[in-house]
Design a protein around this ligand. Structure first.
Ligand SMILES: Nc1nc2c(ncn2[C@@H]2O[C@H](COP(=O)(O)OP(=O)(O)O)[C@@H](O)[C@H]2O)c(=O)[nH]1
Ligand SMILES: *[C@@H]1O[C@H](CO)[C@@H](O)[C@H](O)[C@H]1NC(C)=O
Ligand SMILES: *[C@@H]1O[C@H](CO)[C@@H](O)[C@H](O)[C@H]1NC(C)=O
Ligand SMILES: [Mg+2]
Length: 406
């Protein structure tokens, strides 16, 4: 019997020890838990300190330094910009129904770039944003988030537009993508002439335009706005493409009329050869795909662009045809900028349905941890204007570009 009592009491002892251990673990978890909550409330309350400190941005990645010499090309061509932050912001035009498409998009832009630099993000809509939208976006974004409403006169027919003629156009164009849409036309006119006039953008010098359902495929470890500013870049793009001719039948002729009135606005070292194959006689339909833009707000604020937009707006093509903001922005950039002020971000991976930019240069792709398939890259394909852009600017294409051109 005595032999039995010992194991029983030791079982009790084990039980007691077990309970004691569980109690300790529970206490540790509770204490840790409050630690986590209090450390979370720090950055949220003191967000501005956190943003200015930008400490994360300056910490080099361990894995990266190990392979520094192997990826020398990348290091050499893309210096890491760690200087002072630029007055820059993201800008997204959106609707309630874009919330789902925006969640993943924002996550990829934050993970790949913005969590390291904490730039602000502005959302614009033609009516008030609801709370679900605001709360979700604010939680996902590391910088300050601002919501703005578009003034009615920036999102409607201007007084001089003939409503019957505009309605006829929408009927005639019903078989062309967005051809029958009023809201799409308002959107194109807004993105051409008004987003940069919104008071929320006044304090900024540069912006990065982001649309719902897009994605960033590669790490961006340098301050891309700093890069723009330090190198006097005014317009940066990823994908370029040919426009549907039916949407812009008179855009070029209207542009030529404007240039004849204002030859002083045309830059000396311009990029006319990117948008015209016959020295300005006609438009070759090439444009930068404006759903992605990293650009200077001061460029749109310039007299040249303001007067150009005004001229186009009075000509009525946003409603009598279906002029897109992409060809309007691109033609302006090609004519009013020194060609050295336009930049192709060949180091970025980007998706907006149905096209991808995925760096075909393996060194770039691996160094920047791109999660895209280069076989889907659009840059060197026939319908793209990438080859044209590289040719007219005397830029070297990646060695293997032809493997991704068919
Ligand atoms: N607020 C608002 N945004 C719009 C409207 N139409 C388009 N957008 C936004 O404008 C951008 C371009 O529209 P999208 O449908 O993506 O056109 P696509 O990229 O040319 O096919 C996106 O950011 C949309 O969220 C609209 O009627 N209201
Ligand atoms: C944006 O405006 C539209 C009306 O134009 C409205 O239906 C929608 O709810 C607004 N979006 C958000 C997120 O509030
Ligand atoms: C265009 O920019 C480049 C680089 O900044 C400069 O060397 C060149 O002089 C400029 N050309 C003109 C015509 O302004
Ligand atoms: Mg889109």
């Amino acid at each position: 019997m005595a032999k039995f009592t010992i194991p029983v009491s030791s079982r009790r002892l084990y039980k007691l020890l077990g309970l004691f251990a569980i109690a300790i673990i529970t206490i540790v978890i509770i204490v840790k838990g409050t630690d986590i909550t209090s450390s979370l409330s720090g950055p949220i309350d003191g967000k501005s300190d956190y943003v200015q400190g930008s400490k994360k941005a300056n910490a080099p990645k361990k894995a990266r330094t190990k392979y520094d010499d192997k990826y020398k090309y990348v290091k050499y061509s893309i210096p890491e910009y760690k200087g002072e932050k630029v007055r820059a912001t993201f800008v997204t035009l959106a609707r309630n129904k874009d919330l789902n498409g925006l969640r993943e998009t924002i996550k990829s832009f934050e993970d790949r770039f913005n969590s390291k630099f904490q730039y602000d993000w502005i959302f614009l809509n033609d009516s008030e944003f609801n709370d679900d939208f605001k709360v979700t976006m604010t939680a996902l974004i590391s910088g300050e988030v601002k919501f703005g409403i578009i003034p009615k006169e920036h999102w409607s027919f201007p007084s001089w537009i003939d409503q019957d003629r505009a309605a006829d156009t929408r009927k005639e164009m019903k078989d062309i993508i967005y051809g029958d849409s009023i809201s799409y036309r308002n959107m194109c006119r807004f993105e051409s002439g008004f987003f940069w006039r919104h008071p929320l953008l006044d304090e900024y010098e540069y912006y990065w335009r982001v649309e719902p359902d897009t994605k960033l495929y590669c790490d961006v470890d340098y301050d891309i706005f700093r890069f723009m500013k330090d190198n006097d870049k005014k317009y940066g793009f990823t994908i370029s493409i040919h426009e549907y001719r039916a949407t812009i039948p008179t855009l070029w002729d209207t542009t030529v009329e404007f240039i004849n009135l204002h030859p002083e606005y045309v830059a000396e070292n311009n990029m006319l050869d990117f948008v015209s194959n016959d020295d300005g006689m006609s438009y070759n339909l090439c444009h930068f795909w404006s759903n992605f833009e990293i650009a200077s707000l001061d460029f749109w604020r310039s007299d040249a662009y303001r007067d150009y937009f005004d001229y186009l707006d009075h000509a009525g093509g946003f409603f009598y045809e279906r002029w897109g903001d992409a060809p309007v922005h691109s033609i302006a950039a090609a004519l009013f900028l020194n060609r050295t002020q336009v930049h192709h971000f060949d180091d970025l991976g980007y998706y907006h349905g149905p096209f991808h930019q995925c760096p075909t240069d393996e060194k770039i792709r691996l160094a920047n941890r791109c999660d895209c398939d280069p076989n889907r890259d659009f840059t060197w394909r026939g319908y793209s204007c990438g080859k044209k852009y590289y040719k007219v600017n005397n830029l070297a294409k990646p060695k293997n570009w032809a493997d991704y051109s068919k």
